[in-house]
Design a protein around this ligand. Structure first.
Ligand SMILES: *Cc1c(COP(=O)(O)O)cnc(C)c1O
Length: 356
């Protein structure tokens, strides 16, 4: 579609395609990595309690109280924290503020597909580096002399594979000139965060989301942690765009969720158990599954195409994510559901593959 009122910029824009959010009921929705369990009841109580006439007033533009709670949680200083409307927004601000230079930014060929979209939106020069044949990120291939920085998702999406902290630290140590942006959207499902390293490396920025670990996808809260000057750069972009990205209820809810962090930790443990159940049982059926540290698995079945399998699952009201992209065409990204959902998924897959 083209429209005469569109700017030439919009005509050439290629937006990100989010996973489907269908209106159908009775769906087992394993396609967008939402949390399998509910938001903490204390979050809901707190939001209800604050649903009153204070909503006619603008929220705190800096989300100071939330930043303080996050600083306390991660043992950093509040001026090392920036909070925004979901990590997608925080990532957008960070790309704009820190990665727009003459030299390109580097990221893997297979990773969160929003990164090239931000680059196109902000006219940022970028280059992709192929994952190894077994889908790992090999930082030795990131020849950063010719780059302004690198972006990695850790654990990576959609593979679920993690790079350990030592390897990232070595890279930081040997590349002081480059920004290292680590998207830790899934770190709470079994990985080790690099947040403690910000005290030693002023070039490290970590991006986090409440959507997965805190089950907040519908409330939109994300944040960045790093050296206070990097945070100030991001704040400048935010204040040139929208002073109030986080509404009152999202701020209140996020603070309540941090106070009740044990709720999310318990749910993450259940998700890890369900992940082990699926990895074990689907492997026994002949699936190839990468060693995920996320709330999803990346799986391939040698005898049936991933696209076909996704279609068959859909007929049974189970949604999973298939990317029609080179190298991963024959893989499915399957979000880890609750116990019942995982059992139903296993049973249904077992039935499908016994027919074909
Ligand atoms: C889900 C996801 C995000 C987006 O999180 P929101 O806070 O919901 O915007 C960012 N990065 C990665 C790698 C994700 O998987």
């Amino acid at each position: 579609m083209q429209n005469p009122y569109w700017s030439s910029f919009v005509k050439n824009l290629v937006p990100y395609t989010p996973g489907e959010q269908p209106k159908m009921h009775n769906l087992i929705k394993l396609n967008t990595n939402e949390n399998a369990y509910n938001i903490s009841p204390k979050v809901l109580e707190s939001i209800k309690e604050h649903t009153n006439n204070t909503l006619k007033l603008y929220p705190d533009p800096t989300a100071q109280e939330l930043c303080e709670a996050l600083a306390h949680l991660h043992d950093v200083h509040p001026n090392q924290v920036f909070a925004g409307n979901g990590s997608d927004e925080v990532l957008g601000f960070a790309f704009h503020a820190l990665l727009k230079h003459k030299k390109p930014v580097l990221f893997p060929d297979i990773t969160y597909s929003f990164y090239p979209v931000y680059c196109n939106l902000y006219n940022i020069n970028y280059k992709t580096i192929p994952l190894t044949d077994d889908f790992r990120i090999d930082l030795k291939k990131y020849n950063a002399e010719n780059a302004c920085g690198i972006v990695i998702t850790n654990p990576n999406a959609p593979t679920g594979l993690i790079l350990n902290k030592k390897i990232i630290q070595h890279y930081l140590e040997t590349h002081p000139e480059q920004i290292i942006l680590v998207d830790e959207a899934y770190i709470d499902f079994g990985g080790e965060s690099v947040i403690p390293l910000i005290q030693y490396y002023p070039n490290l920025l970590i991006i986090r989301t409440f959507s997965k670990f805190h089950a907040f996808a519908g409330l939109r809260v994300g944040y960045a942690i790093g050296n206070s000057e990097l945070i100030e750069g991001i704040r400048r972009v935010k204040d040139s765009f929208n002073s109030y990205p986080l509404d009152r209820l999202a701020q209140i809810g996020a603070i309540a969720s941090i106070k009740d962090i044990q709720w999310s930790i318990n749910n993450a443990q259940k998700i890890i158990q369900n992940r082990q159940y699926l990895i074990k049982n689907l492997s026994e059926l002949g699936f190839k599954i990468l060693n995920s540290k996320s709330n999803f698995i990346f799986a391939s079945y040698p005898k049936l195409s991933a696209e076909f399998l996704a279609k068959q699952l859909r007929k049974e009201n189970i949604l999973v994510r298939h990317f029609n992209t080179k190298r991963i065409q024959n893989w499915l990204r399957i979000t880890i559901g609750n116990e019942t959902e995982c059992q139903t998924l296993y049973k249904t897959i077992n039935e499908i593959i016994s027919i074909y």
